[in-house]
Design a protein around this ligand. Structure first.
Ligand SMILES: *[C@@H]1O[C@H](CO)[C@@H](O)[C@H](O)[C@H]1NC(C)=O
Ligand SMILES: *[C@@H]1O[C@H](CO)[C@@H](O)[C@H](O)[C@H]1NC(C)=O
Ligand SMILES: *[C@@H]1O[C@H](CO)[C@@H](O)[C@H](O)[C@H]1NC(C)=O
Ligand SMILES: *[C@@H]1O[C@H](CO)[C@@H](O)[C@H](O)[C@H]1NC(C)=O
Ligand SMILES: [Zn+2]
Length: 438
């Protein structure tokens, strides 16, 4: 199998995963994730009328499709593109239905298992390390990311301090890096989190990239030096640690946390619908089996509670909240839960406009920007709205590459261009913070 290749510098950290795959081999399933995606398709749906949207919602619910453009089945609406992942046993029914109802669709991925196994988007066992000691152009497991954090905490103690803000549902530490030159003077801070949604692997890869770039260019780049001298960054590379781990070991398309429910067998809560801001209203589901399940009560998830507590405690000096998701190529700001313009809209809007232009200047990639409600869809209980409502004036959510060609399976070869351009956008936003906005 190509996937295994020749692990040249495999460390002990990979052994448990390795054994897991070997175990599935010996059971006769020769494929990744126990071959569970064989024959599954990803289909892009574009309902042209309200009636088409209505029947699509119904059949998608019946066939239990997994919505790739998140938001849940309720987000399917006229004129909106929706990508769905349909299990192999439901794909015939869905395709027949679409043809008979004459609804526009496009098959984006014929066989999901084959795409997973092509290796382009796989955890690369080949060369985990680059010349400088760490390969930032592959996706890393949770264990690797945590080891990397511990390593930086030891080797870059002048600029980095690592600490834990609590424990996940399954008992894993919730680590945060505080990045910036230590000083006794009052400093403003930027919060950044990646990986609220488990399957959006490019997020954690970007958080790692950001830290790497900051450390590498601190001495040579005056802008970076100024930024790290005047601001602290609190960076949480993997927010949803349990879900991220699960997306490596069991289900590549897992989105939620891993908490149990007392009445249903379905596990997990959407950690971006669990915040106390218009909690469980439009764009969130009350059903534990849905991907946008808001949870039994606000901050029910220990991961959400830990971050909310931290932000509450430090909100006086945190000026910006940045959250990294995928995919859609958008830069979003509040509100998510309603169609309305925020106070001081012009400062936030102009920061977004400049950031998107800076991003495009690198590889010509276009991002849309605007209030999340009108640019993406309405969703309640999101971290971005919550941060804004709690007094953080600049709050943004990035939806990174791409627009659906690879979707969540963004190949590792695209980590570098994606992170390079995003880096420029984030730097642009943070420079904006250092200036006064009327
Ligand atoms: C497809 O298979 C799963 C179990 O593997 C089952 O739960 C589901 O109901 C099946 N769907 C259809 C449409 O047959
Ligand atoms: C990071 O390093 C400091 C010492 O420089 C240590 O006190 C702290 O416990 C370390 N953080 C973690 C999470 O190990
Ligand atoms: C931010 O991006 C704009 C282009 O959109 C550019 O004119 C400006 O110089 C950038 N600012 C910084 C500090 O990078
Ligand atoms: C809007 O900007 C003014 C002046 O900078 C500031 O005092 C006020 O707190 C801001 N309001 C919000 C909601 O951010
Ligand atoms: Zn997301």
């Amino acid at each position: 199998m190509k996937f295994f290749g020749k692990p040249r510098s495999q460390t002990a950290a990979f052994l448990p995963l390795c054994l897991l795959f070997l175990k599935s081999l010996s059971l006769g399933h020769s494929n990744l994730y126990s071959n569970r995606y064989a024959g599954d398709k990803v289909i892009r749906l574009t309902p042209n009328t309200e009636e088409e949207a209505f029947v699509l919602k119904k059949i998608c619910h019946q066939l239990k499709v997994d919505l790739w453009q998140p938001g849940g089945v309720s987000q399917i609406s006229q004129g909106t593109v929706t990508d769905v992942h349909i299990p192999h046993n439901g794909s015939r029914a869905l395709l027949t239905f679409l043809q008979e109802a004459n609804i526009q669709y496009k098959i984006l991925i014929e066989d999901l298992q084959k795409v997973l196994e092509k290796g382009s988007s796989l955890p690369a066992w080949r060369s985990r390390r680059s010349l400088s000691g760490y390969n930032y152009e592959v996706y890393h497991s949770l264990e690797e990311i945590q080891n990397w954090m511990h390593h930086l905490n030891k080797t870059h103690s002048g600029l980095i301090h690592m600490f834990s803000i609590g424990k996940s549902y399954e008992g894993r530490s919730l680590y945060v890096l505080k990045l910036g030159r230590r000083s006794r003077a009052y400093k403003r801070a930027v919060w950044m989190d990646c990986g609220i949604h488990a399957r959006e692997w490019i997020g954690p890869a970007f958080c790692q990239w950001f830290v790497k770039e900051a450390l590498l260019t601190y001495r040579s780049d005056p802008t970076m030096r100024k930024t790290l001298n005047h601001l602290y960054f609190y960076i949480m590379p993997v927010f949803n640690v349990d879900g991220y781990h699960f997306s490596w070991t069991n289900d590549r398309f897992w989105r939620k946390t891993r908490s149990r429910n007392s009445r249903f067998r379905c596990r997990g809560v959407d950690a971006n619908r669990n915040w106390r801001v218009k909690w469980c209203d439009e764009g969130a589901s009350m059903h534990p089996c849905d991907d946008t399940y808001c949870g039994p009560f606000p901050e029910s998830e220990p991961e959400v509670k830990a971050v909310a507590n931290f932000l509450r405690k430090h909100r006086k000096h945190i000026t910006a909240y940045l959250s990294f998701h995928a995919y859609a190529q958008m830069l979003l700001y509040p509100y998510s839960y309603k169609y309305a313009t925020i106070p001081n809209f012009s400062c936030v809007e102009s920061a977004a406009y400049k950031a998107v232009n800076a991003l495009r200047s690198v590889h010509g990639v276009q991002y849309r920007y605007g209030p999340a409600s009108s640019t993406l869809y309405v969703s309640s209980g999101s971290s971005m709205d919550w941060a804004y409502k709690n007094g953080i004036p600049y709050t943004f959510a990035f939806e990174l590459r791409d627009t659906g060609h690879f979707g969540f399976l963004l190949p590792e070869t695209l980590i570098k261009p994606t992170c390079t351009e995003t880096m420029l956008a984030v730097k642009n936003i943070t420079m904006h913070l250092l200036k006064k906005c009327p």
